[in-house]
Write a protein that binds this ligand. Structure first.
Ligand SMILES: Cc1cc2nc3c(=O)[nH]c(=O)nc-3n(C[C@H](O)[C@H](O)[C@H](O)COP(=O)(O)OP(=O)(O)OC[C@H]3O[C@@H](n4cnc5c(N)ncnc54)[C@H](O)[C@@H]3O)c2cc1C
Length: 415
């Protein structure tokens, strides 16, 4: 393995550095699994691929020869062309320990923070930064709602309500025009003319594939800069594979190109690429997209197609919902409500998507829903699958949310 940095962060844990976890050093992926599997680690930046010679050029090191090569160079945060973005104390979310340590120090010494972008990253940062700190936080989101690229409107509004109750100001439907100040950030100017005071600005508006290493190699990339791969995760060069944020993705449902970049997708693709190096063993079936987040202790999860997306893509759907405590009886310690909505295709009755809100156990239940989508299960098979239940651990079998949501959908499918 050739890796640019000595120590590597758990990227999904980055927002938690600023609250629950406490420092970048506590958010690291250990290298013990490399050591115990005799995998050599070369620290250095891969700069160029010479595919004819089967050689990788690495800065500060001898050439690395390969028979098979996997490119997993990930993504980089998008730096929008906003005036003033280069001012001191304007940060993006880089997966870099020193950079994130300096962000921590700056947040600890700031009074007013503006977060540009109300997606997962922006919302998670706001929720964590507000903890144990005396700081005013505002989120500025261009779309009508935060989290709108992921959840249906009612869930987005609820998430906004939750975070606002904790003192975070949410400004939606507003575009940041510039970051103002002399050398240092002093505020952000919105397109509507309003200026919000800020001594720190965090930009969390998404990421773009990092395919720099293939430049000049002849390996094909798409218009988004993602490395093109086939269903075996093989690039246009037969002995070179790619997986994760740096490579192209397509939808599980209609095979159209997908912009989703998730650790869960990267890992699945890595398992496929690794298994196929010497002979085809596995096939990539595309991105289902299972996400979770937690805002002020309430879990929000989704997998597959949302109601809005289904409408845009012309799917004929029915939705079944069910809500119940995630323990039984509901007065059990740590019991919390969990609401499930399942989206089925009319006619076929096949599960297309699901949304969960409430108890933290939703973060696991969404994975079961993603599995049901992957196996193209119908409302009837979901209503009758056998679950394991326990008073302290799950909903009651009578109130089991996904079975009951499927039953509710079956009623509508019959109508
Ligand atoms: C703040 C944040 C929160 C997130 N939360 C979630 C979440 O909750 N759930 C989820 O599923 N996803 C989440 N994601 C997305 C997830 O982190 C990415 O999808 C995932 O990290 C992709 O993995 P990857 O291995 O493809 O790329 P990366 O994690 O970007 O890793 C690429 C690695 O390659 C190295 N590298 C790059 N170029 C070179 C080179 N030329 N030479 C040597 N090494 C190089 C990089 O330094 C890095 O170590 C989050 C992302 C962020 C930023």
């Amino acid at each position: 393995m050739v890796r640019k940095e000595e120590k590597v962060l758990i990227p999904c844990g980055i927002p938690y550095i600023y609250g629950s976890v406490g420092s970048p050093e506590k958010d690291l992926i250990p290298d013990s699994s490399l050591e115990s599997n005799n995998i050599d680690l070369l620290i250095g930046e891969a700069e160029k691929i010479e595919k004819e010679k089967k050689v990788l050029k690495v800065a500060g090191s001898e050439d690395v020869k390969y028979d098979k090569l996997i490119i997993a160079t990930g993504s980089e945060p998008i730096r929008p062309p906003i005036e003033g973005i280069d001012k001191e104390n304007a940060f993006v979310v880089k997966k870099d320990i020193n950079y994130l340590s300096s962000l921590l120090e700056k947040i600890n010494n700031s009074k007013n923070m503006v977060i540009i972008g109300g997606g997962f990253i922006g919302m998670e940062f706001a929720d964590e930064c507000r903890k144990n700190r005396d700081i005013n936080i505002s989120i500025v989101e261009m779309l009508p709602h935060c989290l709108m690229l992921t959840f249906d409107e009612s869930l987005c509004s609820y998430a906004e309500e939750l975070i606002e109750k904790e003192g975070v100001k949410v400004i939606t439907g507003e575009r940041v025009e510039s970051i103002v100040g002399d050398e240092k950030v002093q505020g952000v100017k919105l397109a509507s003319g309003q200026t919000i005071e800020a001594d720190i600005v965090l930009i969390g508006i998404g990421a773009k594939p990092n395919s720099k290493v293939v430049e000049g190699s002849g390996i094909e990339i798409n218009q988004k800069g993602a490395i093109k791969v086939n269903r075996y995760m093989q690039t246009s060069e037969k002995d070179i594979f790619s997986c994760g944020d740096c490579c192209d993705k397509f939808s599980f449902f209609n095979k159209e190109s997908s912009n989703l970049m998730l650790a869960s997708i990267a890992t699945t693709e890595a398992r496929i690429a690794g298994a196929n190096l010497y002979k085809v063993n596995r096939v990539n079936e595309g991105v289902i997209g299972a996400f979770s987040t937690i805002i002020t202790g309430i879990a929000f999860s989704r997998a597959g197609i949302s109601e809005v997306e289904a409408g845009k893509k012309g799917y004929d759907i029915v939705i079944g919902t069910a809500e119940a405590p995630n323990c039984h009886p509901g007065c059990m310690p740590d019991s919390n409500n969990l609401k499930v909505s399942l989206i089925f295709e009319k006619g076929s009755g096949i599960l297309l998507g699901g949304e969960l809100i409430g108890a933290k156990s939703g973060g696991e239940l969404i994975n079961l829903i993603s599995g049901c989508i992957h196996e193209r299960m119908t409302a009837s098979s979901i209503a009758t699958f056998q679950m394991g239940t326990h008073p302290a651990l799950t909903a009651s079998p009578i109130a089991y949310q996904i079975s009951n949501a499927a039953e509710m959908a079956i009623k509508k499918l019959r109508e």
